[in-house]
Design a protein around this ligand. Structure first.
Ligand SMILES: NC(=O)c1ccc[n+]([C@@H]2O[C@H](COP(=O)([O-])OP(=O)(O)OC[C@H]3O[C@@H](n4cnc5c(N)ncnc54)[C@H](OP(=O)(O)O)[C@@H]3O)[C@@H](O)[C@H]2O)c1
Length: 214
């Protein structure tokens, strides 16, 4: 997830039972924290095999140890730096060989649509995620592959904890206290819903915001 991008494999029909994702494969980038960790927990609970990706191996190990006893589906730990193209290729090969092929759910942001002074680069990357997903839909839809972009609003996670800009260090916490923010579990629930609809349905773009964010 440079755009944190949980992805789910095998575009097969899934029902709505408690284990509605049994037989599916989820590849969760950024699984060591925030939205990714919550998504890994939720998709594992719904029966999917889950690959956990991130750089902090100890976090991924702790999550794998937590999830392992709760599911009969495989939990695969893949410590990797997704800023490294070779590492991405290696991770993809490892996952495909171990769990099977994956297709993609992107996590963008409302910042891909809205104007946030001081966040220009972030907003531009989120717009790129949105349009990349649309174009992938056009390219891959005819082959039966769904692409979708979930766009969260203000969500409480570790995002921003390493920001160096002083004004950002104060403005981000204020965004989270000026309203009732979303939790990572709120986004994970949306992703679980999005991947569980019948195979001929694609909820292609989902904006999920705190009510007070408007
Ligand atoms: N929180 C919000 O309000 C909000 C709103 C809209 C959109 N989003 C988007 O949602 C996504 C997830 O954010 P979050 O809020 O869950 O943030 P977070 O808690 O900071 O999680 C970010 C995750 O990305 C992983 N990551 C970062 N760089 C990586 C790299 N080079 N290689 C592999 N993994 C890397 C981190 O793992 P390691 O450090 O272990 O590598 C971590 O697990 C982001 O794309 C964010 O822009 C968040």
């Amino acid at each position: 997830m440079s755009s944190s991008s949980p992805s789910l494999a095998r575009d097969t029909h899934a029902g709505h039972s408690a284990q509605r994702l049994t037989g599916r494969v989820a590849v969760v980038t950024g699984a060591s924290s925030g939205i990714g960790a919550a998504t890994a927990r939720r998709l594992a609970a719904d029966g999917a095999a889950v690959a956990l990706l991130g750089r902090r191996a100890e976090r991924l190990r702790a999550l794998a140890d937590e999830l392992g006893p709760t599911t009969t589906a495989p939990i695969l730990l893949v410590t990797t730096d997704l800023a490294d193209p070779k590492a991405i290729d290696t991770a993809a090969r490892t996952i495909t060989a171990t769990l099977g092929p994956a297709d993609l759910v992107h996590v963008g942001s409302v910042a891909g649509h809205s104007l946030y002074p001081g966040w220009s680069v972030c907003c531009a990357t989120k717009s790129a995620v949105a349009h990349l997903t649309r174009n992938l839909r056009a390219e891959l839809g005819p082959r039966g592959v769904r692409g979708k972009n979930i766009e969260p609003g203000v969500t409480v996670t570790e995002l921003g904890h390493d920001m160096r800009d002083i004004s950002m260090q104060t403005s981000l916490p204020r965004m989270r206290t000026d309203l009732r923010p979303l939790t990572a579990e709120d986004i994970a629930g949306t992703i679980a819903f999005a991947v569980s609809v019948p195979a001929h349905v694609n909820g292609a773009e989902l904006v999920v915001v705190p009510v007070q964010q408007g």
